[in-house]
Design a protein around this ligand. Sequence first.
Ligand SMILES: [Fe+2]
Length: 222
Amino acid sequence: MTEHGILEPLSEDQWFIDSQELRSFVATVRDISVDTIDNRKLTLDRLEPYFQELLAQEGWLPEKYAQINPESGMGGGIGQWLLYRSQDRSLTVFSLVIPPGSSTPVHDHLAWGLIGLYKGNQAETVYSRIDGGNLEGHAQLEVVEERSLQPGDIYRLLPPEGDIHSVKTTSESPSVSIHVLGNDTGCILRHQFIPEAHSVKSFRSGYSNAPCKEEDTENVRI
Ligand SMILES: [Fe+2]
């Protein structure tokens, strides 16, 4: 990261787990996302069946990356574990682990993506922003959808559609969701909202296992 907060490209792709299932999925994502670069709805449509397949497979996600994290950047003990990051930071795969009863803040992602529930149950509230974004610190949101999710269910991010949400774990065990995003979600500056206060602020969630600056990552990768 530069002093202005702009993310520099990495020197190579980064893998944080050793999984043939993940490697083959990422290869597919890369092919599809290049082929459909001008139509991100098509990217999601084409990707979804392969993502379903990954979510249905047991055993590829190490236990360590299905754990909550008391020192969470998201708050609430939420673990955000980076599994793969491309050299140019235009693609990441990570798991998000939310303890029972905990919720994420209302937040955005600022990139196309698919999120699939792997374990546990979640309640998701999707918002849309209805103000023009002209007033610093102010945002007006309205709820557009409330859903309850079972393992295997997928939600789509196609900003601005579906991009702002909050998620709560409703199962007695933590929920584990897998994220495939078209940016370096943990490292970019994005937004956190408090709908009832009509407020918005910038935040950087970070990852539980990987820093945003390359020079700090050497000891955490496989
Ligand atoms: Fe999210």
